[in-house]
Design a binder for this molecule. Structure first.
Ligand SMILES: Cc1cc2nc3c(=O)[nH]c(=O)nc-3n(C[C@H](O)[C@H](O)[C@H](O)COP(=O)(O)OP(=O)(O)OC[C@H]3O[C@@H](n4cnc5c(N)ncnc54)[C@H](O)[C@@H]3O)c2cc1C
Length: 461
């Protein structure tokens, strides 16, 4: 039987595994513990509302993405997203009544299950995939042979094992490459490095999203602002009052304005005290409880906030079927760059991405031929705390040439180096990539990087 190994057990990994098993493959999930999926709060975007349409969802995604979205990919996302969400509800997943609102969405379109949608969706997928074998461990390398991937190398309790198979990377982004981040601490971009060392092309690495409302590395969902919460400074002035979408402005703009004003001595807070207290405590029960555990009553007090790394738009370059530039190697979910997010992801589009491109990757991977031989190609140790501090300081929300060059001279982690090199090479400001020395936009081009040249190439595709 055809063997597929899925690297990662977040939403993309489990959905891909479920689909591959249904297509008759022998499936193995190899994963570490912890994911971004389990932390997702706000929900999943789909044009299910009466006044909504996939055309509106398409337009909003393009608007957030700032000129770099691939229109064909976005079309697939919004249309098939609707179908995948319907598929899950038909399988028995139950969302709450009512649709949430988040930044840049022109309609209420966020399906949610309390304020821990990701955790609930994962539990549902865990049940559907309970018969699929799993190994817990870190995938530390791939078996490769002339632009061909033939399997994985994984480490468990100090033992290293090789498994020949078609490989689907569903290993998440690299937000935890930053000291300030909202995700699980193992989300440091291993999948990108695995692909890179195997010779696959990476794309748009300079685009990592910073979320503006983070309290001590704990996310305060944008859905709170969708229900009326405000961002204010120490004097009570609203941060976004002069921008057309106010508190529902894009994450890129909000995080940048906040960071710029912080550098001028301001401190910022989320003010959710205006939301009906009973509603706040039931709709956002998890966030309310977590804040209380950290000493703040969200219903009565302002919560101190600052931006933190949250999501990775760039990633392993794939086509719309999850194919990387290496045969036998597929990628889906946050680790992949299909072009749907452009330079700034629209909120709640990424759980949707996991389903849509997980399904497509499983269709393609299940047809691939498995080979046995291959040379081990390893990624090395997890990034150090020092690397994460350097990334935050030198390649954060606001960038410039001197900072990035200084950062590059200090960094020892390969992926951090590639991200910084990409940020240095993009001499414009677009979406989440803000260069104070190049504040304007150039022609919309993508950046690509691969091992045989190890330099950032900008081109349109
Ligand atoms: C706090 C927070 C809130 C969010 N809220 C939302 C939201 O409301 N709506 C939305 O659409 N998106 C949200 N997102 C983004 C969304 O959760 C993620 O983009 C999405 O879940 C990614 O799914 P994934 O399966 O691709 O990756 P992940 O869920 O991150 O899973 C990656 C998996 O790979 C494993 N892994 C990594 N490296 C290795 C390795 N070397 N070997 C073995 N296993 C490995 C990990 O352990 C994990 O199991 C949020 C993210 C965060 C952090």
């Amino acid at each position: 039987m055809h063997r597929v190994v899925i690297v990662g057990s977040g939403l993309a990994g489990l959905f891909t595994a479920f689909r591959c098993a249904n297509l008759g493959c022998e499936v193995l999930i190899v994963s570490e513990k912890g994911s971004s999926s389990e932390k997702a709060q706000g929900g999943i975007a789909a044009a299910v509302g009466e006044s909504d349409s996939t055309a509106l969802h398409f337009n909003d995604t393009l608007q957030a993405g700032n000129g770099l979205c691939d229109r064909h990919a976005v079309n697939v996302l919004v249309k098939e997203g609707f179908e995948r969400v319907t598929e899950l509800t038909e399988l028995g997943l139950k969302f709450d009544e009512g649709l949430g609102r988040e930044a840049v969405h022109s309609r209420n379109r966020i399906l949610h299950i309390g304020d821990f949608t990701g955790k609930n969706m994962l539990s549902f997928m865990e049940e559907l995939t309970q018969d699929i074998p799993r190994e817990e461990g870190r995938v530390v390398g791939l078996l490769t042979e002339k632009e061909q991937c033939n399997g994985i190398i994984f480490e468990r309790n100090g033992n290293v094992e090789q498994i020949p198979a078609t490989v689907v990377l569903a290993s998440g982004g690299f937000s935890a490459l930053y000291s300030h981040n909202t995700t699980h601490q193992n989300i440091t971009g291993d999948g990108l490095l695995l692909a890179y060392h195997a010779g696959a092309e990476l794309k748009d690495l300079e685009f990592g999203q910073f979320h503006p409302t983070v309290f001590k590395n704990f996310l305060l969902s944008e859905a709170l602002r969708g229900e009326g919460a405000l961002i204010v400074n120490q004097k009570g002035d609203r941060l976004m009052k002069d921008y057309p979408l106010k508190e529902l402005s894009g994450r890129d703009l909000t995080a940048r304005v906040m960071q710029q004003k912080s550098l001028n001595g301001n401190t910022f807070f989320l003010d959710a005290t205006g939301i009906n207290h009973d509603f706040l405590k039931s709709r956002f029960s998890n966030i309310y409880k977590e804040c209380l555990n950290m000493g703040v009553d969200l219903a009565k007090e302002l919560v101190p906030i600052a931006p933190a790394a949250h999501y990775t738009m760039g990633g392993v370059h794939t086509d719309l079927n999850g194919r990387t530039s290496i045969n036998g190697l597929f990628a889906c979910g946050e680790v992949a760059c299909t072009g749907i997010h452009g330079s700034n992801r629209l909120s709640s589009n990424s759980l949707l991405e996991a389903l849509v491109f997980g399904a497509r990757a499983s269709n393609a991977a299940s047809k691939e031929e498995t080979r046995n031989a291959g040379e081990p190609c390893l990624i090395g140790k997890v990034p150090s705390e020092e690397t994460k501090e350097i990334m935050w300081k030198y390649c954060g929300v606001i960038r410039n040439e001197n900072l990035l060059k200084d950062g590059l001279s200090k960094i020892s982690s390969k992926l951090a180096e590639l991200v910084m090199a990409s940020a240095l090479a993009r001499k414009e400001s677009r979406g989440t990539h803000y260069r104070e020395d190049y504040p304007k936009q150039n022609k919309p081009l993508h950046s690509f990087i691969r091992i045989d040249r190890d330099e950032v190439i900008f081109r349109v595709r």
